[in-house]
Design a protein around this ligand. Structure first.
Ligand SMILES: NC(=O)C1=CN([C@@H]2O[C@H](COP(=O)(O)OP(=O)(O)OC[C@H]3O[C@@H](n4cnc5c(N)ncnc54)[C@H](O)[C@@H]3O)[C@@H](O)[C@H]2O)C=CC1
Ligand SMILES: O=C(CO)COP(=O)(O)O
Length: 418
């Protein structure tokens, strides 16, 4: 509910990305800016990687008498005309305050809150195109599930986006199959947000939740702490935990705010490798016990990866207690795209890339490239043997091992806890 604000300016929100999850998150925040007009401007700009799209004949939008249906149209025009992302989120009515925009720089113009939500392989180039185009005191939230691996090592997307654009960027991740969230079926998510203390020093506006201990500056070290960031002007409502939560929390999308950006980001990225392993064993017809073994080992490797390589900031509890950890592994190993495509690949004896192309209508698997990226990082660190499940997935994708080899590959490391 809107309340009186002592701030003369409101936050403008942009969503960079418009796939299955990008469009769903745009819907979530578009509903919330309408409900909180004291904090947020009403329009949500959503960047669309432009393409031509032909409405299928079985779509309710197909009209044989209309030019809109009989030849391919720009996806942005279809989204803005039909208020539906007919390609990536078909069948879901979008709030009318979402505006699809094919120009990424124009999408983020004047926005103080930038939500990054696109397949991880594309974010580097998109951010390169945004350098110098975002307002200096903007704050970001990355909904991307992946890690950025380069010669310099393994980096979180929240960190790489932050460094490229010189803004603070947090992370959102959880057990959130997009189609279920879009249908407003209840779930939880985790948002890690831990900006420099200056953002929380602004006065709390009357009527809004007061600052809690979660708004206090963190003692954790991270690169964003050492960046020189522009302070959010006092004319804006503070971007503390309460107001960030307000932007994302819905009755069907429950948000838990934390500070562990590394744990939240890694949970989302690494579970995609685990989901492939679960799909492999399910494709063999090995049943739920085998899948549960994969989940157990997967959680342990996630925790180990976080504590080994991000020990300054990572909390093991993030993986074992939050939606972005254990809950996301469970949902992804039940109905996620990585799981489903890996299962089909084994059952049909086909490469997973072929299944992805056939089944996903342009949506992208994140687990396959993440398995390669994590492998190349572990190899550079000479630590492949410490992560046998992640390595097994890489070796199966590479053709060095078969899904049937998974028990043997993880057994060598599965020592008794005595
Ligand atoms: N779909 C889901 O259920 C969930 C996905 N995620 C994560 O959210 C992130 C985004 O995923 P989705 O929105 O589902 O994407 P998606 O899998 O639907 O991918 C399609 C998107 O990629 C864009 N694209 C294609 N080629 C491109 C290019 N060259 N440059 C830029 N964009 C291009 C398309 O325009 C489209 O917007 C991923 O990291 C994913 O792991 C997180 C939670 C749930
Ligand atoms: O991240 C997801 C659910 O939380 C979706 O996983 P997939 O990309 O495997 O569909």
């Amino acid at each position: 509910m809107a309340s009186l604000s002592i701030h003369s300016k409101k936050h403008k929100v942009a969503v960079v990305g418009s796939g299955n999850w990008g469009t769903t998150i745009a819907k979530v925040v578009a509903e919330n800016v309408q409900a909180h007009s004291d904090l947020f401007e009403q329009e949500i700009q959503m960047w669309v990687y432009e393409e031509d799209y032909q409405i299928p004949k079985d779509s309710k939008h197909y009209d044989a008498g209309s030019a809109l249906s009989t030849k391919p149209q720009k996806l942005t025009q279809l989204i803005n005309g039909l208020h539906e992302n007919v390609k990536y989120l078909p069948g879901i009515a979008l709030p009318k305050n979402i505006v699809a925009n094919p120009d990424v720089a124009d999408t983020v113009k004047g926005s103080t809150i930038l939500i990054f939500n696109l397949p991880h392989q594309f974010i580097g180039r998109v951010c390169d195109g945004l350098r110098g185009k975002v307002i200096p005191y903007a704050r970001g939230i990355s909904c991307i599930k992946g890690v950025s691996v380069s010669d310099q090592g393994c980096e979180l997307f929240s960190e790489s986006i932050g460094k490229k654009l010189n803004i603070y960027c947090g992370a959102l991740s959880g057990a959130n199959i997009a189609n279920e969230v879009a249908l407003e079926k209840w779930c939880e998510t985790t948002i890690a947000y831990d900006p420099p203390a200056m953002d929380s020093k602004q006065p709390t506006p009357a009527g809004s939740p007061s600052a809690s201990s979660a708004d206090l500056p963190s003692l954790q070290k991270s690169e964003s702490k050492s960046m020189k960031l522009a302070a959010l002007p006092a004319e804006y409502p503070p971007l503390n935990h309460a107001n960030v939560r307000t932007l994302f929390h819905r009755p069907y999308f429950h948000v838990r705010m934390v500070k562990d950006v590394a744990g939240v980001s890694l949970g989302g990225a690494l579970k995609n490798i685990v989901a492939l392993a679960a799909g492999f064993v399910d494709g063999l017809g090995w049943g739920d016990n085998a899948k549960s073994a994969v989940i157990r080992i997967g959680i342990l490797e996630e925790v180990k990866f976080g504590m080994q390589f991000f020990s300054h900031t990572c909390r093991s509890e993030t993986f074992t207690e939050e939606s972005c950890g254990v809950a996301d592994i469970i949902t992804s190993c039940s109905g996620g795209r990585n799981f489903r495509c890996a299962k089909m690949a084994v059952k049909e004896g086909k490469p997973i890339g072929e299944i992805e192309e056939r089944e996903l209508n342009g949506q992208k698997l994140q687990g396959t490239s993440t398995a390669y990226e994590v492998h190349s990082f572990l190899k550079a660190m000479a630590m492949e043997k410490e992560f046998p499940l992640f390595e097994a997935v890489y070796n199966i994708l590479e053709g060095n091992n078969k899904p049937e080899d998974i028990p043997k590959l993880v057994e060598a490391h599965s020592t008794d806890d005595v």
